[in-house]
Design a protein around this ligand. Structure first.
Ligand code: DQA
Length: 149
């Protein structure tokens, strides 16, 4: 079975634990990464957990993922609402994509209610904090097992 999964985190997620705890909780980025790697190991998934504050770098990561990964889980953070370039790169990745957000973006400011990624993703998870990442890993494994896009 193909089980190479890439998690991409966008800008400011490296400051989890320090930024807006009321929205994102107290978990640190390092702890989130550890939890995801532990879950992946348990499920026999080969996980790469990445983060960048730079839009073009995320585009490069997505382009490079085409040959190396079977699925992408992405929290594009602020770029979710603005980046046509990240959307376009994801659209070229013809394999499963799960969009994830720690917070419920539909319960917040109007500018967060629009995601440029949702309609090209396979599915999404939002509003349940860091556990959403664990659910996304489990969901991605199921998608890959069933051969879904
Ligand atoms: C976020 C929501 C975005 O609106 C915000 O810009 C983030 C984090 C989330 O995980 O809830 O940086 O993607």
């Amino acid at each position: 079975m193909s089980n190479n999964i890439l998690i991409i985190n966008g800008p400011n997620l490296n400051l989890l634990g320090e930024r807006e705890q009321s929205q994102y909780g107290t978990i640190t980025f390092a702890q989130l990464k550890k939890n995801c790697l532990e879950k992946s190991k348990e499920l026999n998934i080969n996980l790469n957990f990445s983060q960048s504050n730079i839009e073009g770098e995320i585009v490069n990561i997505i382009q490079d993922a085409r040959k190396k990964f079977d699925g992408i889980i992405i929290n594009a953070a602020g770029f979710t609402h603005t980046s046509v370039a990240i959307r376009d790169a994801l659209n070229i990745f013809k394999k499963p994509i799960i969009e994830i957000h720690l917070s419920n973006i539909y319960k917040r400011e109007d500018f967060r209610k629009k995601s440029l990624i949702s309609d090209i993703a396979t599915g999404g998870i939002f509003g349940i904090g860091s556990n959403g990442y664990i659910l996304a890993i489990i969901a991605m494994q199921e998608l890959l097992k069933n051969g879904n896009r």
